[in-house]
Design a protein around this ligand. Sequence first.
Ligand code: HEC
Ligand code: HEC
Length: 177
Amino acid sequence: MQSGITWKGLAIFCASVGLAGLWIGNMPSDNGAVFPLPHGRTLVNECGGCHTVYAPGLLPARSWRKMLAELDKHFGKDVSVLEPVRLALLKDLEDMAADGAFADLRLRRIAGAVPVDAMPLRITETRYFKFLHDEVPPRYWRHKAIASAANCVACHPRANEGRYGEREIQLPQQEAR
Ligand code: HEC
Ligand code: HEC
């Protein structure tokens, strides 16, 4: 009885699977770099006036709880909001946090990289952030158009939509000295 698969057919099949793998592997995929933002405008309105609208998935829930418990002393500013607004923000941030109810595997890895006894208030101080940016030349952090590593939107123009894909990164043209 003749087998249904021929060697030639098998070789072509293997080659195409291999090529498809390479192709997918080399595609600048942005899927790993899109962080969901809550529906509605509350986070954008209340937390996007002074800096990037940081996506909830960038920190674990305990960090957001701590931050929202001390809005009157937020990095030297009083950013207090009315209690119902605070509760609404808290719910979104907790739900969508790196270890929140809706977190996928990728976000859980981010959460897992934060030591259990740590409650970082700065994304920029997390191991996750440092790992992602360890190849960014130091002069960029000092560039006047950037001023702070927390200024995500200076290099990730769509950061306010939670988008950090590599294809969309823009480094300042003029280099810092
Ligand atoms: C009045 C201005 C102001 C408002 C409004 C504000 N922040 Fe901030 N926030 C700051 C300043 C100033 C810093 C420190 C920035 C720096 O060091 O570059 C900061 C830093 C942060 C950081 C740490 C960034 C990092 O990784 O270094 C987070 C997270 C943050 N804010 C979240 C929030 C959230 C959530 C809200 C809304 C509840 C909010 N902010 C509203 C002024 C503000
Ligand atoms: C000085 C410019 C600069 C700033 C500011 C900056 N980033 Fe980045 N970011 C980069 C560069 C460049 C890369 C790509 C690094 C690489 O591929 O080696 C990157 C990569 C990333 C990635 C991974 C993207 C991917 O495709 O997997 C994430 C997520 C990210 N940044 C988040 C942030 C967040 C959150 C902030 C603010 C708290 C921030 N970045 C601030 C330059 C910056």
